[in-house]
Design a protein around this ligand. Structure first.
Ligand SMILES: [Zn+2]
Length: 204
C-alpha cells in the first residue's frame, strides 16, 4: 500500500509553576502542562499519529510513563523515535494536521512560528504542516489542553530498493565478466554464452 493514515490524541492538565511547552516551544504562561515528561501535548499527539500510521504501537509502548529516564524529558525525543519507526517501515510524511484545544494561552499569534518549528522537528517543508487552535467551548475543560493530530504518510522505499537491486545486478554482471576474462586468458576457455533467464518460447 502506498498511502497510510495515522491519528493521535493527547490531553494534559494545567499545573501552576511548571514551564509550558507546546509544539517543542517554550511559551510564556503562569501554568504549564503536568506530565511525566515535559507534557508537550502537541508533540505527543503527533508522535502517536506517526506511530499509528505504520501500526508501530503508541508513545506509551516506547516510553512507559513510570520510566525514570523520561522524567521531564524533551518530547522531541519521542517524536524522533516515531520518525525512525516511520523510516524503518519505508514511509515518509505527506502532511500532518493538528488541532489544539485549550482556553489559554492564545495560540493564533504564535501558530506560524509553532508551525515552522514543528516542520523543522519533522524534517519536512512548512507546507506539509498545519496547526489550528480552538478554545474548549461548552466542555468545561479550561484547565486542560487537548490535541488531535492526523498524519498522512506515503511509501518511499520502493525507489531506493529498485536502485539498490540495479546496483547488485550490475556488480554481478561485472564480476561474471572478470571471471570469464580470467578463464579465457588462463585456460583459453571461451567466454560463456549468455543464456536468458527465461526461455520466452516456453511461456504460453
Ligand atoms: Zn502526553
Amino acid at each position: 500500500m502506498d498511502t497510510r493514515i495515522g491519528f493521535g490524541y493527547d490531553s494534559h492538565a494545567f499545573k501552576p509553576g511548571v514551564p509550558l511547552r507546546i509544539g517543542g516551544m517554550a511559551l510564556e504562561h503562569p501554568e504549564g502542562l503536568a506530565g511525566h515528561s515535559d507534557g508537550d501535548v502537541l508533540l505527543h499527539a503527533v508522535t502517536d499519529a506517526l506511530l499509528g500510521a505504520v501500526a508501530a504501537g503508541d508513545i506509551g509502548s516506547f516510553f512507559p510513563p513510570g520510566d525514570p529516564r523520561w522524567k521531564d524529558a524533551d518530547s522531541a525525543i519521542f517524536l524522533n523515535t516515531a520518525l525512525e519507526e516511520l523510516q524503518h517501515a519505508g514511509y515518509g510524511i505527506a502532511n500532518v494536521d493538528v488541532t489544539l484545544i485549550l482556553a489559554k494561552p492564545k495560540i493564533a499569534p504564535i501558530a506560524p512560528e509553532m508551525r515552522a518549528h514543528l516542520a523543522d522537528l519533522l524534517q519536512v517543508e512548512i507546507g506539509q504542516v498545519s496547526i489550528k487552535a480552538k478554545t474548549p467551548e461548552g466542555l468545561n475543560l479550561d484547565h486542560v489542553a487537548q490535541c488531535h493530530a492526523v498524519a498522512l504518510v506515503t511509501r518511499i522505499r520502493e525507489e531506493e530498493e529498485l536502485k539498490s537491486m540495479e546496483a547488485v545486478i550490475e556488480s554481478q554482471r561485472q564480476l561474471e565478466d572478470v571471471v570469464d576474462d580470467l578463464l579465457a586468458s588462463v585456460h583459453g576457455v571461451p567466454r560463456r554464452k549468455i543464456t536468458p533467464v527465461y526461455d520466452t518460447e516456453d511461456i504460453t
